[in-house]
Design a protein around this ligand. Structure first.
Ligand SMILES: Nc1nc2c(ncn2[C@@H]2O[C@H](COP(=O)(O)OP(=O)(O)O)[C@@H](O)[C@H]2O)c(=O)[nH]1
Ligand SMILES: [Mg+2]
Length: 230
């Protein structure tokens, strides 16, 4: 049986194509999948890390192709300890959509959730969003900021370890540690036989509605068709 002190749920959002799935796979599996088209359809992956001498279990949620606004429901955001909002530094529309994502986050997520803005694909030489612009946006909206490359493995470990460290700090400073421990216990129960550093594939339904611009995605009014929110 696995032994860990904290369980943290980390949720990734952002337009389709920005590299969310690649970031998760890079971190959990050390891979950059070549030619990886849309999402691999994983709901979450688990990785156990050690931070400040504590074993921490990270449950990382990646959207399974429902990156369109309003098709991601409350159930996805609920109980997230950290939210990673990703854009593609070489694709202006993915940056322009950030306010829409923030509205959605504000509506559905816990108001105290840790928010991290990530500009991915720093390896590309056709950058459209200067670092400083990303930084400023993050500052304005009370978010941490980091630029990454899932391809080159740049800042990917750092991203998740810093989140873990920050969440540990929060848990210790508030009396949140009790809550985290309870969450860990509940998770352990529901998990069955967990193996260290295992990858949990929760569901395998890849519906790849790829659209790199939010315009089409937002306005199609398919609001609650996907999900019961309960
Ligand atoms: N150059 C480069 N391409 C990336 C990077 N991360 C992802 N990609 C590519 O971007 C596309 C979309 O990635 P994916 O992870 O499926 O995006 P998602 O829809 O946000 O999950 C794929 O073709 C990836 O190969 C990166 O850091 N650098
Ligand atoms: Mg994906």
């Amino acid at each position: 049986m696995e032994d860990y002190k904290f369980l943290f749920k980390i949720v990734l959002v952002g337009n389709a194509g920005v590299g969310k799935t690649c970031l998760v796979r890079r971190f959990t599996q050390g891979l950059f999948p070549p030619g990886q088209g849309a999402t691999i359809g994983v709901d979450f992956m688990i990785k156990t890390v050690e931070v400040e001498g504590e074993k921490i279990k990270l449950q990382i949620w990646d959207t399974a192709g429902q990156e369109r606004f309003r098709s991601i429901t409350q159930s996805y955001y609920r109980s997230a300890h950290a939210l990673i909002l990703v854009y593609d530094i070489s694709c202006q529309p993915t940056f322009d959509c950030l306010p829409d994502w923030l509205r959605e986050i504000q509506e559905y997520a816990n108001s105290k959730v840790l928010k991290i803005l990530v500009g991915n694909k720093t390896d590309r030489d056709d950058r459209e969003i200067p670092t400083q612009i990303g930084e400023e946006f993050a500052k304005q909206h009370d978010m941490y900021f980091l630029e990454t490359s899932a391809k080159e493995a740049e800042n990917v470990e750092r991203l998740f370890y810093e989140i873990a460290a920050e969440l540990i700090g929060q848990a210790r400073s508030k009396d949140g540690s009790a809550a985290a421990a309870a969450a860990a216990a509940a998770h352990r129960q529901s998990e069955g036989s967990g193996v260290g550093s295992s990858i949990g594939l929760a569901s395998l339904s890849a519906k790849a509605a790829q659209s790199n611009c939010c315009g089409g995605g937002v306005s199609n009014g398919s609001s609650t068709s996907q999900g019961h929110a309960g």
